[in-house]
Design a protein around this ligand. Sequence first.
Ligand code: GLU
Length: 374
Amino acid sequence: MISEAFSPAACPRLVIKIGSALLVDAAGAVRREWLAGIVADIAARRGAGQQIAVVSSGAIALGARRLKLPKGGRASLEDAQAAAATGQIALSHSWAELLGEKGLTAAQILVTLDDLEDRRRYLNAAATLDRLLTLGVVPIINENDSVATAEIRFGDNDRLAARIGQAAGARGVILLSDIDGLYTANPGRDPSAKMIPRVERIDARILAMADGGSASGMGSGGMTSKLSAARIAQRAGAHLAIVTGKVDRPLQAFEETGHGTLFVAEKGASARKAWLAGRLTSRGLIRVDEGAARALGQGRSLLAAGATGIEGRFARGDVVDIAGPDGTAFARGLIEYDAEEATRIVGRRSDALEAILGYAPRAALVHRDHLVLL
Ligand code: GLU
């Protein structure tokens, strides 16, 4: 039972992610009855005053059938893009129609990874979401797969849902899936596998429990992407639950039974730092010595003197990773200098910087207010 710790009904704002295998049947058609069930759940919650955003997968699976593409439309990037463009319009139509029958208005938002990685665009998306939710609309969100390229895409809607939860300032994110939670091992292969009801911290032991990709083969997420999503949500101060969608009224069932795996929100995460930590890409890497790594661990800023090397092309204000002597990135922050200037001051003491730069230096290479430990 996890409902004592997290009641979805108690979240003023909730994000629900729905996997492809729940929405689309084996023949590639929308599972309308099931969809009507979740829409009834959403309507009940809206009636109780809750604001709900939906991250809906299924565009590629739906489009693939219409276009008669092999491998569920995932044989190549071009196929996936064509399938998504074709399936998305059908997917939105089904949502708008069924929500409309319950007197609810649907809105569509399609985002790319870059839309949420760039701070300004992220804030724009957050403002749009906020306005829609305040107006009582149900935003139906998906990745803009028809323009996303292989290198710059979420690829799975689990992490997208966590980022949307963060952008919307949601207190809870529910991943409805064809699996009912995180198991100690793959339950399909190991009958002694046990479900874990509650996870406070995602450590190496928890990460080892996830394996492989999508069990249904229809979506692209698997337990690994769900754990990354959970980490993003936790840092953003949101609870995330993995819950089965293989029942008719999944939200109602979850509220009644509390069955699933809950990843408990971290306390006191600042919005800006959560955005930083939840980013999936960075523009550069700063290598630092042991002393600097220790100082950062104690909450201090990164000074030029502690840096040993700079990689990447970045401008002032870009996000960079910070790695210690062992080469592993352990922190991330907004850099105060562009790459060329940063390279000139690497390893130099603060009192030497003005002469090198030709102007009064900034307080740090990465200020502690703009820095998170990973
Ligand atoms: N965005 C993809 C779609 O709509 C699904 C991604 C996923 O499988 O999580 O088909």
